[in-house]
Design a protein around this ligand. Structure first.
Ligand code: PMP
Length: 354
């Protein structure tokens, strides 16, 4: 606390990112990164862009990337927005579409950035209970509200909501913006992007961080009605210099265009996820159905915190949340087959000898 802080600064409880250790090397299964490198075409494109004129500012309207995404999603350019990671797009979307007088709704167990943004912008929110298996009920969102944010699949639970349920929510909330955060949609779920044509109240947000292995490049995208995109641009252009840099723009275009590499990588991650869940079940774990590149798992007799600490001691980093309802779960990102084999071996040892 400093006497120089504004009331707002003093009131904030910022998001705590997952550990990015520098002191030793771990098998890193704690922040849902993709275990495979980005497409070689992405690296080539970034190198070529670095050899061009970095002296010049990047394109403020990101035209080439927006066109590439318009083509990919099958929508006109005025329905596409890009940002520095989907986090930045969410940070723009909260003040663009939500007001302090009505409560925003999101699930009780969800991405911890949502309450952080709500607090930052002085917005009220209400968390809607999920059931014992972390499922959401569409009818819970068909009540008066000032907007809805739904991650699909959810994080950290990996729970996927069927798009039929989403349609019910969109129908019942035509006067509010429903943000669907699809950071993990490419690992088995069905995207809500096709509904954008029908629902002017829907904004779908995606990222290159997970399924395109580009968490380090910071590129996210949103698809929505042109009025929503204009709203995002109004917020973006009210900050001075926010746009994607030249290297990110070049890499992102190449990543979207290389569909073959993307599909192959995702297939590998999904196959490893299936094998990992089976192996965990054999060890006595109960795992929430996952359509993401991570799993949420619990052991009926072992403390999740102790498992987390024992794994860490043996060089394997997973995520543990010391929070009500989820403090008996571990969130484990899907690594390569070899990483998951080592993870399971160490875990078996810990569980058997506890
Ligand atoms: N939404 C969800 C649900 C996430 O888990 C994450 C990753 N932490 C993000 C958005 C942000 O991803 P990025 O900013 O890397 O695009």
């Amino acid at each position: 606390m400093s006497k120089y802080w504004s009331k707002l600064t003093a009131s904030l409880v910022p998001y705590v990112p997952g550990e990015q250790p520098k002191d030793r090397s771990y098998i890193k299964l704690n922040t849902n990164e993709n275990p495979y490198p980005p497409s070689p075409k992405v690296i080539e494109a970034i190198q070529a862009a670095a050899n061009e004129d970095l002296r010049l500012y990047p394109d403020p309207t990101c035209d080439e990337l927006v066109e590439t995404l318009a083509d990919y999603f099958g929508y006109p350019k005025d329905r596409i927005f890009v940002g520095n990671g989907s986090d930045e797009i969410l940070a723009f979307a909260f003040p663009a579409f939500y007001s302090a007088d009505k409560r925003i709704l999101f699930p009780d167990v969800t991405y911890t950035f949502y309450p952080v943004y709500a607090n930052l912008y002085g917005l009220k929110y209400e968390t809607v209970p999920t059931d014992e298996r972390f499922r959401i009920q569409a009818s819970d969102y068909c009540v008066p509200n000032g907007g809805i944010v739904l991650p699909n699949p959810n994080a950290p639970t990996a729970r996927y909501m069927l798009v039929d349920q989403l349609k019910v929510i969109l129908e019942a909330n035509k006067d509010q913006v429903v943000i669907v955060d699809e950071a993990y949609i490419d690992f088995g779920g069905q995207s809500a992007v096709p509904f954008v044509a029908e629902y002017p109240n829907l904004l779908v947000v995606q990222t290159l961080s997970k399924s395109r292995s580009l968490a380090g490049l910071r590129v996210g995208m949103a698809v929505g009605h042109p009025d929503l995109i204009e709203g995002l641009n109004r917020i973006k252009n009210s900050f001075n210099s926010y746009t994607l840099d030249r290297l990110a723009l070049a890499g992102a275009v190449a990543a979207i265009k290389d569909r073959k590499y993307f599909e192959e990588t995702n297939r590998k991650v999904v196959a490893t996820r299936t094998r990992t869940v089976e192996a965990l079940n054999e060890l006595g774990f109960r795992t929430i159905e996952s359509e993401a590149n991570f799993i949420f798992t619990t052991h009926p007799e072992r403390s999740a915190e102790e498992l987390f600490l024992s794994l860490k001691g043996k060089g394997i980093l997973v995520r543990y949340f010391n929070k009500p309802r989820i403090d008996q779960y571990l969130r484990v990102s899907i690594g390569t087959d070899d990483e998951m084999r080592q993870f399971l071996e160490v875990l078996r040892d810990i569980v058997d000898n506890a």
